[in-house]
Design a protein around this ligand. Structure first.
Ligand SMILES: [Ca+2]
Ligand SMILES: [Ca+2]
Length: 496
């Protein structure tokens, strides 16, 4: 199907010479397996798609003509409150790609009403009066992918999974910047302040998140998963690069099976955990450089005028193999003095840390952190210069001689000798198996073996099932694949 600025809606749309004039006329005609190609140009329309493909091989594809840019511009278009310029409602197996969506008086794009298997790829969504892209009312496993796009200068969120109660959302490879976060919306957000809204099995990966308006200036967080929803599970926040003005990188409420790893954070953002406990959760291999804090641990709604409880258990949360370099205040900022220091509350291992000159935490090195010592892991002055290849350019690869190189303890170890595909480990929480085909499973390294991909992770039995058989010895180190003698501390592994 074809749409062109010089087309005519009386045409068939079936050939370039018989192109339609409006995109909506094309959306009203597409069938499973069709591609709607839109010629370059500016279209002032409010669009709704409610048609579906039938499976992965018979998607409906809506996209710009190759090498051209179709622009959907909301200037002068009537877009009712809380709606969007482009709405996908109740559709399945639809790909929307390579479009520019701008100047919607409300949201740019909404994906609604139990839509599933949607791909929003290489979209450029900006200057909208609401959020860039919103998912709402998705009750089945959604398998929605928002990939490789740019979402900027929107009034609320860049990308927001408001209520995907069926779960399964991937937000990956996007640039999300200069969003204003008015009313405390976040650059990338899952869930919302209202109870009963949220999502599980959410992947926020390899996004560049920068210069979004922070809370103090009237905006929101950089990345925030949870909202005010208990028991949202399975979050993976990985490989994001966050810099400049931003709110926090956050798991908002009590959750299980949540991993924050290999993120590179500098500037306004730092890691925040809003309401304990966090059973089976981990903060691993992140690099934080010149942030306000390292990790801030709040106590949810408790606080303010209310006296904090005296024995807050963090549910076994693990904070391991991170670099906290030159934070302005504290490595761990803990809201409650009654923080539970027991091993079943929180585990710290393999972190490298140093506060900036004059940071208040420096004088007593974070009351709590100092009584859970990690000797040898406090950075010394002589090693500071060798920490990163080029921190100013945000290249956080360990520089030659960095104390991070080969210094990380393994994330876990095997608990018995064995061979085959099912490996018993002390703690399986650090690894992901792709969650029912949502994304590619981790490769892991066991001892000196070549890395092997995971087929399954059992968090309750603490077993890892491999795609290929191996042999191992009790106590072998198990981590994400590493170079050299051992994993490096921080987000980036240095190649020898
Ligand atoms: Ca938030
Ligand atoms: Ca290494």
């Amino acid at each position: 199907m074809h749409v062109a600025p010089g087309g005519d809606d009386a045409h068939s749309g079936l050939t370039p010479g018989a192109a339609l004039r409006t995109i909506q006329a094309g959306l009203d005609r597409v069938q499973a397996g069709d591609t709607l190609l839109i010629r370059g140009g500016v279209y002032h329309e409010r669009l709704t798609l409610n048609r579906s493909g039938t499976d992965e091989r018979h998607r409906i594809v809506i996209r710009s003509y190759p090498g051209e840019v179709a622009v959907l511009d909301g200037t002068g278009v009537d877009v009712p409150r809380w709606t969007a310029l482009l709405t996908l409602t109740g559709c399945h197996y639809v790909t929307v790609s390579d479009l520019e969506v701008r100047n919607s008086p409300q949201d740019g794009i909404q994906i609604l009403r139990d839509a599933t298997h949607i791909r929003a790829e290489r979209l450029h969504v900006h200057d909208c009066g609401g959020s860039g892209l919103v998912m709402m009312g998705l009750g089945r496993p959604a398998y929605v992918y928002v990939r490789d796009g740019e979402y900027h200068d929107n009034e609320f969120c860049g990308v927001h999974a408001v209520s995907v109660l069926g779960g399964y959302v991937v937000i990956e490879g996007n640039r999300v910047h200069h969003n204003r976060g008015t009313a405390n919306y976040d650059a990338i957000q899952s869930g919302i302040g209202d109870p009963g809204m949220g999502s599980h099995h959410v992947v926020i990966r390899n996004n560049d998140v920068y210069e979004n308006r922070d809370v103090a200036a009237g905006g929101g967080d950089a990345i925030d998963l949870g909202g005010r929803n208990d028991h949202m599970t399975h979050y993976l926040v990985e490989g994001n690069r966050v810099w400049g003005s931003n709110g926090l990188v956050k798991f908002s409420r009590t959750t299980r099976y949540a991993i924050m790893r290999r993120n590179q954070i500098t500037g306004g953002a730092f890691i925040d955990l809003y309401a304990p406990p966090y059973p089976q959760c981990s903060i691993i291999h992140n690099t934080l450089y010149q942030t306000y804090h390292g990790v801030e641990m709040g106590v949810g709604e408790i606080g303010g005028a209310v006296t904090p409880p005296l024995d807050i258990n963090w549910g076994g949360l693990q904070i391991r193999n991170n670099i906290f370099a030159f934070g302005a205040n504290y490595v761990l900022n803990i809201f409650s003095k009654g923080f539970n220091r027991n091993p079943d509350s929180i585990g710290l291992a393999g972190n490298l840390y140093r506060l900036a000159e004059g940071a208040p935490g420096r004088w007593y090195l974070d009351d709590w952190w100092s009584v859970s010592p990690e000797p040898g892991h406090v950075l010394t002055e002589a090693l500071i210069e060798a920490l990163f290849v080029n921190a100013a350019a945000r290249d956080f690869t360990p520089a030659s001689g960095s104390p991070a190189i080969d210094a990380a303890p393994p994330l876990t170890r095997t608990t018995a000798d064995g061979e085959g595909k099912t490996v018993p480990v002390a703690d399986a929480r650090y690894f992901v198996d792709g969650w029912d085909g949502l994304f590619v499973a981790d490769s892991i390294q066991i001892g000196a073996n070549t890395p092997v991909r995971l087929a399954a992770v059992d968090y309750e039995r603490n077993t890892l099932t491999l795609t290929q058989p191996l042999a191992w010895t009790a106590g072998d180190p198990v981590s994400l694949p590493w170079w050299g003698q051992a994993p490096d501390i921080g987000a980036v592994e240095r190649r020898p």
